[in-house]
Structure formats: C-alpha cells, structure tokens
Ligand binder design. Structure first.
Ligand SMILES: *[C@@H]1O[C@H](CO)[C@@H](O)[C@H](O)[C@H]1NC(C)=O
Length: 163
C-alpha cells in the first residue's frame, strides 16, 4: 500500500499542465494589435473571394470599427481581421466565412474557418512572468492533490500500526 501511495504521488507530481493551442488557435500578447488571417490548408481563399468575419459574440463584421480593422489580402477581400489592443476579454473563437464573389446577390458560400484567440491563455512578453504564473498554478494544483493523498497514505499507515 505504501508503495502504491508513493507511485501515485510520483505520478501526480509528474503530470504537467502545459496549455496547448489547437491547430486553429493563436496566441497574442496583451495590449497589442493582433491580426487573424482567413487561410488554412483546408480552405484557401481564391483571388477575389470575399471574407466575412464573425466575432466570438456572433456579431458579423461588415465594416471596420475602432476595435476591429478589416483589410484585404493580395486579392482577397477582408482576408484579415485586426483586433486592436488585445485584452483578456478578446479571447474566444472567431470565425471567417469565405464567399466566392463579393456580389451579395450572387455570392456562393465556400466554407468557414475557426480562428481561436488566446483560448489557452495569452502570450507573455517576459517569459519569467509566464514561468511564475505556471509555477503558481502548478504549485496550487500540487498542494490541492498532495494534501489529501498524503493524508490518505498516513491514515492508512497509522491504521496498520494501531491494529
Ligand atoms: C495565412 O496568411 C498569413 C498572412 O498573410 C501568413 O503569414 C500565413 O503563413 C498563411 N497561412 C497559411 C496556412 O497559408
């Protein structure tokens, strides 16, 4: 039983909680602009395709605002969405819809791409900040797991000695 306890403790301490962005996810710094592009090997806009961006709250961007800037790729209309001065609350799943032509009357839908921003957390300018943050989170998680485990192990051991 003691060996089992030790193995479990080692196992738990070896588990790292590193956050990974999915293939469609992107990480930005805070307080800086960040540009999402509507392109992926699964859906490459052709020349003169038009892109329509959808914000995490579902709002469709028809034109740029103070917060969101739309810009063309070489020949692709509204290929890029720039989020100005990215903040914590800008994280989420953005979507871009690709249309065959910009003529609204006869546009043809080609598909959509997900563009996640900072879903697993934003980037840190000072790597030490992130290290410190991870250390803190890891430390808290470790304490939260270790205390009950150690208690269980001690209680079990103590029971044997008494019995
Ligand atoms: C998409 O476009 C951006 C900016 O033009 C470029 O940096 C990136 O490599 C492109 N990605 C793909 C998958 O083509």
């Amino acid at each position: 039983m003691l060996r089992l306890c030790v193995s479990v403790l080692l196992l738990v301490s070896g588990v790292s909680g590193e956050a990974r962005e999915p293939d469609w996810g992107f990480q930005s710094y805070l307080d800086e602009d960040y540009t999402l592009s509507c392109n992926h090997t699964s859906l490459m806009p052709d020349p003169y395709n038009a892109v329509k961006w959808e914000l995490p709250d579902g709002a469709l961007m028809d034109r740029g605002t103070e917060k969101y800037m739309l810009s063309n790729g070489d020949t692709v209309i509204n290929m890029h969405l720039t989020i100005k001065n990215v903040q914590e609350m800008d994280k989420g799943v953005y979507m871009c819809h690709v249309y065959q032509t910009y003529n609204m009357a006869q546009r043809e839908y080609r598909g959509r791409l997900l563009r996640g921003l900072n879903i697993g957390g934003h980037k840190y300018r000072d790597p030490f900040d992130e290290y410190r943050y991870n250390l803190m989170v890891g430390g808290l998680a470790a304490v939260a797991l270790f205390v009950p485990l150690v208690t269980v192990c001690f209680v079990y051991k103590f029971r044997f000695q008494v019995g």
